[in-house]
Ligand binder design. Structure first.
Ligand SMILES: [Zn+2]
Length: 376
């Protein structure tokens, strides 16, 4: 390591979990950021600052004034410039000792493999399901770890998918959701949430590079096979183990049989959850009702016939295995946030018809019952 590098990276080199060895690994690492947007901005800034030797930015978009609220990689004067190009300039300005590659193109099934094969780790900062699935499939095909992130509103999620060491994204979500899913452009997002999740992704990339295939023996434990869900409304955080799916449509295949494809759907972002309104719920025939609030809240009043499985007891609750996985199941909470996270936790377990009660009990027009009412 050169003296200039030692000085620049000193504050992390003196950490026992990084050290000179770890820094050498970072300098030798090649990381691709898919999307130079809300997540890619903070992630690439911290990766460049940490001395990742080669960074790639793939993005075909141009900087728009409405991006600057969260895409801190860009300055106002960058408006109208290609993001990959403006991002490359900014990162080189921050750290001239590293190499930054600009891939000014849309990631497609045709070019993904050629781009990915120049790197050893990929960070997903895309905002749509089509790209997220393509990124996953290409990472699995090439045996690369993938640091996944997603944001919407005040919520975010992050996970590490690495098919050689654990599950892939399709183990959690086999296909893009068919229903309508809002994206950040429609539903909104707060910039600092992109900062939180993007920084988590950068940190996971650093942990993966330092730990390598020996990550299990390190004190730094990357989130391989774990999904972290964060609601910044109240900083409620849930961590879910994602099991490897032996029938996964992607990582169960031999690598050479994985076909990259441009998914038709362009739906986007964090939520993959179908919803029903109170009126629609009343038309369903004997749906399963799952109340994922706390026992205390449940006792104060719930929908008639509902089962109480608090969110923090998912996904291991013993009742789950006794339920019919193919019956319509309505999951609800007070306002629809916890139930959305519950559905994301339940979907990988084979429940095929999960619906979120729109707006939760806050918008429920009917009566609630207590356990005492139900005994009578
Ligand atoms: Zn898989």
């Amino acid at each position: 390591m050169r003296e200039e590098e030692l000085r620049r990276y000193n504050r992390q080199v003196i950490l026992p979990d990084i050290g000179r060895d770890g820094q050498e690994k970072l300098l030798a690492a090649k990381v691709l950021c898919v999307g130079a947007g809300g997540l890619g901005s903070p992630a690439s800034l911290y990766l460049a600052a940490a001395g990742i030797g080669t960074l790639g930015l793939v993005d075909d978009d141009e900087v728009d004034l409405s991006n600057l609220q969260r895409q801190v990689l860009f300055a106002s004067s960058d408006a109208g410039r290609p993001k990959a190009e403006a991002g490359q300039a900014r990162l080189q300005q921050l750290n001239p000792l590293i190499t930054v590659n600009c891939h000014r193109q849309r990631l497609t099934a045709a070019n993904a493999e050629a781009i990915f094969s120049q790197y050893d780790l990929v960070l997903d900062g895309s905002d749509n399901f089509a790209t997220k699935f393509l990124v996953n499939d290409c990472a699995v095909k090439l045996g690369m770890p993938l640091v996944y992130g997603s944001i919407l509103g005040f919520d975010g999620q992050m996970a590490v998918f690495w098919a050689d060491e654990g599950p892939c994204y399709r183990c959690m979500l086999p296909q893009p959701p068919s229903g309508y899913v809002p994206n950040c452009a429609e539903a909104g997002v707060i910039g600092a949430v992109a900062g939180v999740i993007g920084c988590m992704q950068a940190l996971e990339a650093i942990k993966l590079i330092v730990g390598g295939k020996q990550w299990r023996q390190q004190r730094l434990q990357p989130m391989v096979g774990k999904l972290s869900l964060i609601s910044t409304h109240n900083w409620q955080q849930t961590q879910i183990d994602i099991p490897k799916n032996p029938a996964c449509p992607c990582c169960s295949l031999p690598r050479e049989q994985i076909q990259l494809q441009d998914e038709a759907t362009t739906a986007c972002a964090v939520s993959t959850v179908a919803e029903v309104s109170a009126a629609e719920l009343r038309r369903l025939e004997q749906p399963l009702l799952l109340d994922v609030r706390s026992l205390e809240e449940f006792r104060r009043g719930h929908l008639p016939g509902a089962l109480n499985i608090p969110l923090d007891q998912l996904p291991q609750h013993p009742l789950l295995s006794q339920l019919d996985h193919h019956r319509d199941a309505i999951v609800y909470c007070q306002s629809g946030g916890r139930s959305r996270r519950a559905i994301e936790a339940l979907a990988p377990q084979g429940f095929s018809k999960l619906y979120n009660l729109q707006g939760g009990l806050a918008l429920w027009p009917g009566e609630l019952v207590t356990p005492a009412d139900e005994e009578n």
